[in-house]
Design a protein around this ligand. Sequence first.
Ligand code: NAG
Length: 279
Amino acid sequence: MAFPKSIGLSVIVIIVVLMGYGASAGDFYNDFDITWGDHRARIFKGGQFLSLSLDKTSGSGFQSKKEYLFGRIDMQLKLVAGNSAGTVTAYYLSSQGPTHDEIDFEFLGNLSGDPYVLHTNVFTQGKGNREQQFYLWFDPTRNFHTYSIIWNPQQIIFLVDNTPIRVFKNAEPIGVPFPKNQPMRIYSSLWNADDWATRGGLVKTDWSKAPFTAYYRNFNAVTSSSKADSDAAWQVHELDAYSRRRLRWVQKNYMIYNYCTDLKRFPQGLPPECKRSRF
Ligand SMILES: *[C@@H]1O[C@H](CO)[C@@H](O)[C@H](O)[C@H]1NC(C)=O
């Protein structure tokens, strides 16, 4: 040994600690189960990547082994390239049962060169109807991009490449249930939804382009039970000024649907959580 034992030991301790912190990063074998689609879902490169595909017979999907109650969850996705019209890649957190909670990202495919739609929703106690939809400011099929959920007792923040696109605040004081008791699993699937996904169902899936494939990597979860909790970046109570500016930028330039402004849909009055000034 070129250095004293004590240094050797602390090097080992540091390595072990680093591995402990990073344990949730990057091994799909450890963190996920493939739940349907047989060979259409595949983990490869020693657990670093996962892919889902869809053909005329079936789509495919996976779910996390663990359940999460609050935390920050990041995943990088590279969506179906080329003509992805009619396909939907769903990536979401959900608990079980009729009064389940759910936090959704859904990527609605499109013809080559036409924009994907990122559809988001929040279910609390089994009730959803809180859709917001966005175009993205990049082509999500060319490279991996990071899609994150920060979920704490105060709010749920949806982020794309670290830019917040949507915030769902805890509005329990005015009677809106908030997800805070039911642990959720992470789910993802790729399936055919050409009855509604692309231009409301006008554009159908072109099966001559099958199989359609989406890729996943760099999963990371920081939760209240993990060691990295002390830095607890996910426990944000308020977005900082920069993040609020980014959020406004996305909502102004890329939001294409917001249930909170859909007066036609809610003639009796918008849902209570839409009255933002209260928070
Ligand atoms: C697909 O492209 C059309 C035309 O640009 C656009 O109107 C639509 O919002 C896009 N996305 C989906 C999922 O339909």
